[in-house]
Design a protein around this ligand. Sequence first.
Ligand code: F6P
Length: 320
Amino acid sequence: MKRIAVLTSGGDCSGMNAAIRAVVRAGLVEGMEVVGVQKGFQGLIDRQYEIMSTRSVSNVLQRGGTFLQSARCKEMLTPEGQQLVVENLRGLGVEGLIVIGGDGSLKGADAISRRGLPVIGIPASIDNDIPFTDMALGVDTALNNIARAVDNVKDTASSHDRAFLVETMGRNCGYLAVVSAIACGAEYSLIPEEPYNLNEICQELRRRYREGRSNSIIMVAEGAGSAQKIAEQIKDRIGFETRVIVLGHYQRGGSPTVFDRLLGVRFGQAAVEALQNGEHGKMVGMACAQVQLSDLHEVISSGIRPIDKMLPQLANRLSV
Ligand code: F6P
């Protein structure tokens, strides 16, 4: 393969730059030319790209976000848009494409692959909702961002006998909320995968308040409801004064953790290797600490990655 392209698409996350850098450097080592596409699939429609060199990717490994920039591209949802992207790639002499992004972006990658152009996907989304990989890029950094925020919130909460509802991102997946609840010792994590009973939660929080606990932390996954609305419903029933913090896009940024840097590097290298070996329509992923390839169409047809039931059980068991 003489020329490949790489793009980042959908919501950005930390570790994307590490993956781009690995794709560019591994590609150059293999004697390929690597085209960096700006703003995801939109850049392929608007023809925004440049040939990358080792210098294009120097000093990016430690930076959050994506220096190629990203976008959610509506045209990619239409057959015409998908066809245009394939034609533009072929016009550029690109023989293989690496797409770094979340579930929507991987659907776009699959559409391109099914039109005959070899594509490899790299799972990247703080939500950790992509099946066939234990971890997606950006999850670990987001969890560390959340943990830092919750630790800070606990300091102020315990100084005032307050309960805080902390809303995390994650779309329809509760992974960030439940894992950060375990990591930060939160009393509750409300996630879309598990039903919850606000009356029982109120009774329990009130008991804790009466026992003289100084604070309570309730993690709320955005898919389980609005932390603000839940706070309205419980605030007069739990004893603790309540406050709400919506972490929002703060979770997505920041210098990637070593875990995310390494994951980006391993995924980027594996994606180039896969193209070089003639693989087509695959996603790289991590299973039991090993990089593996899965069928891209199966990945995008499998719905969201189910949450390990052990996680909410563990969170509940330890919040006595
Ligand atoms: O999929 C990543 C994610 O950060 C979700 O957790 C969140 O719901 C969404 O993207 C936010 O999207 P946007 O950045 O377009 O507001």
